[in-house]
Every structure is written in C-alpha cells, then in structure tokens.
Design a protein around this ligand. Sequence first.
Ligand code: GDP
Length: 170
Amino acid sequence: LPSVAIVGRQNVGKSTLLNRLTGKRTAITEDLPGTTRDRLHVPMNHAGRDFILVDTGGMENLPQEAIARSVNDQVRAAMKEAAVIVFLVDAQSGLAPLDHEIADEIRRAGKPVVVAVNKADNPRLALHGAEFHALGFGEPMPISAYHGRGVEDLLDRIFELLPEPEAAVV
Ligand code: GDP
C-alpha cells in the first residue's frame, strides 16, 4: 500500500493531526520536548483508497546539534518510502530554520507534497501565508488539527496525490 508521511518539526502538531485523521487516540500527544515516540504506521481508507499513514516522530529524539545539522535518518527513510509527503508547519510560529532544512529534504525526496499549515484555528487569520507559499510546494492548506478545520480537505488533497492503484493482474 502507498504510504503518506507526516513530516514536521517538534510541536507543529503531528500527533494531534494523526489522532484527528485516524479518529482514535493511536498517537501519543506529548507536550514535553525530547520525549521518545515511535514512528507510527496507521492503516487508513479515504474515498475508497487504502494507504498507510506514517507519523515521523523522529526529530524529537535528536540532540540539539543534530537537529540543527539535519533531519534524521528515520524521517529521511520515511520520506523515501512515501508516495505522498504531508509537510506540517505552524501557522502561529511561522517557519523556523529547521522547517527550511526539512523543506530541502523534501525537495531532494522529489515526492508529491502538500503543505498543511496547522494551528490555523481562526479562519479569518491567514498568518505567515506568504512564507509558506514561498516554499514552492503549491497552495498551502490551512488546518486546525485541534478543532478539525480543513482536515477533510487535506484528506481529499492526499487522495488526489496518491498514485493510481495498479491494475489488477488478469
Ligand atoms: P508534535 O510534536 O508535532 O507531534 O505536536 P503535538 O501533536 O504534540 O502538538 C504540539 C502542541 O500543539 C500541543 O500542545 C497541541 O495541543 C498543540 N496543537 C496541535 N494542533 C493544534 C491546533 O490545531 N491548534 C492549536 N492552537 N494548537 C494545536
């Protein structure tokens, strides 16, 4: 099955989004920085398509200097496997240096990507819109993983970016 990797720096809301998307408490939302969390694989179905949602929790576990240097191997591996990358950023804090490093890795991976701008709780406030747009990954999608806003649209976009299912062998 194709996999969809949710990539983003710590605290942008990856766990919250995963919980929201799966409708269950499958991921552990954890406010403490540096908390160890396994990468999670959750089977999903949207509009009749099956895919695996991959939460890349790996960046939290790196020492500070390694975070500053690059995205870790686990995240890179997940991106390499992924059919679609969801790049989660934070509407309230805007882009941090690590976001730009992640963006570089995503460009290198060369996969279809959707930028999901999380914590866009208030639809009237489009915060940091220009810089998210300037990443060059197409139209950023405002979402609120917390309140559920935009999450259905995000699933629709993921669906559009998934590869065509292989024709059944006869
Ligand atoms: P992760 O480290 O990327 O997995 O981020 P978490 O899912 O643990 O979320 C980090 C923090 O952001 C938590 O305090 C969440 O409650 C908060 N958060 C997540 N999504 C939203 C959102 O849509 N709006 C707001 N205001 N806060 C959010």
